[in-house]
Design a protein around this ligand. Structure first.
Ligand code: PLP
Length: 367
């Protein structure tokens, strides 16, 4: 990234610096492609996973209109990120038949409901690989089977999962996959969309100089793309070590809370989750109060970070059947590549103390 920043160049320029920039971009494209087992030519760089989701959904809808494809149904799950729900909302306004598939009490998509919702009018299903609040992994092979049986296209929001669990787009047999660099320790401001060579290319949602086959025009931010490539390459080599590390720390935290008489319930129950993710409910405790009490000591959150600051309970937890009151008891912790055992011990200690205090204050626990 430093090299690309100190010698800035436009990858479209017809001279040596431009050629170097273009070569740096194609190296990064190959690294990102390798992470998900796609061909480099199937990666379109964007500014974020938000943009990738918008491009996939609005772009496929536009493709259908332009090619007079009669399918008008779009199916999304109730626990999608706003970066999927909002473009879906936009498509509804434009006349598409947008339907929302429910999840069960652990946050896993209800496959029997999905089977009913997906029909021969379904153009696109958009289901996330892993949820950003709970870490729950969706049963993608079942979802893909439902899509294929009905001739629907399938887009997956892989922002949270890519770089954390193995993803092979050919094996998964999906059409589009959104990626975010900063979710895999890369720079913020860059993401990508995998577009299968076998799928219709989404129509662009912005228009300009024709870069990236005009699917996503705009001068490529070389340093950010290079950083994304490096992050993808590192993630490839650290995938299993990172996963083991994250899971061990998550279990350590749970055990420490238990030891200190501050047990918490995993909201995901036994569902498979992304390594290192914990979504916990502390009965009788307002999680927002807990997070603000420990604000300077422990970095953790309640609702999605992208929507925190809003007073509404998380739509993910409500979709899992929680009441507003139950949803307010939930906090989430991510044990990442750089989190240490010592960090976890300190966090467990602080959280346990705060939980005990909060429970005593609410009269739920006696010393
Ligand atoms: N999708 C999911 C599942 C996310 O968790 C996020 C970010 O939190 C996004 C999309 C948006 O990603 P970006 O920040 O790259 O726009």
């Amino acid at each position: 990234m430093v090299a690309a920043w100190t010698t800035p160049a436009n990858a479209g320029s017809p001279h040596i610096l431009g050629e170097r920039a273009a070569a740096a971009i194609s190296g990064a494209r190959a690294d990102v492609a390798k992470l998900i087992a796609s061909a480099p030519s199937e990666i379109v760089f964007t500014s974020s996973a938000t943009e990738a989701n918008n491009l996939a959904m609005l772009g496929v809808a536009d493709w259908a209109v332009e090619t007079q494809n009669p399918r008008r149904r779009i199916v999304v799950s109730a626990v999608e990120h706003k970066a999927v729900l909002e473009p879906a909302h936009r498509l509804k306004k434009l006349g598409f038949d947008v339907v929302v598939a429910p999840v069960d009490y652990s946050g896993v998509i209800d496959l029997s409901a999905l089977r009913v919702l997906v029909d021969s009018n379904t153009l696109l299903i958009s289901i996330m690989v892993a949820n950003n609040e709970t870490g729950v992994l969706q049963p993608l092979s079942d979802v893909v089977a439902i899509a294929r049986a009905n001739g629907a296209l399938i887009h997956c929001d892989g922002a949270q999962a890519a770089g954390k669990i193995p993803l092979d787009v050919v094996e998964l047999d999906i059409d589009y996959l959104s990626l975010s660099s900063h979710k895999m320790y890369g720079p913020v401001g860059v993401g990508g969309l995998y577009v299968s060579a076998a799928a219709p290319p989404p129509r662009p949602i912005q228009f300009g100089g024709g870069q990236q086959n005009s699917i996503r025009p705009g001068t490529e931010p070389v340093p950010l793309i290079v950083g994304f490539g490096a992050a993808a390459s590192l993630a490839c080599s650290k995938l299993s070590a990172d996963a083991k590390h994250g899971d061990e720390l998550a279990l350590r935290l749970l055990a420490k809370l238990q030891e200190r008489q501050a047990p918490c319930r995993r909201t995901t129950n036994g569902a498979p989750v992304l390594p290192g993710t914990l979504s916990l409910s502390a009965l009788g405790v307002d999680a927002d109060d807990l997070v603000s009490l420990l604000q300077t000591k422990v970095c953790f959150s309640t609702g999605s970070a992208c929507t925190s600051g809003q007073v509404l309970s998380s739509h993910v937890l409500l979709a899992m059947g929680m009441t507003q009151m139950e949803a307010r008891t939930v906090f989430r912790i991510y044990c990442n590549r750089y989190t240490t055992e010592n960090d976890i011990d300190i966090a467990a200690d602080e959280i346990a103390k705060a939980l005990l205090r909060a429970r005593l204050a609410s009269g739920r626990s006696r010393q």
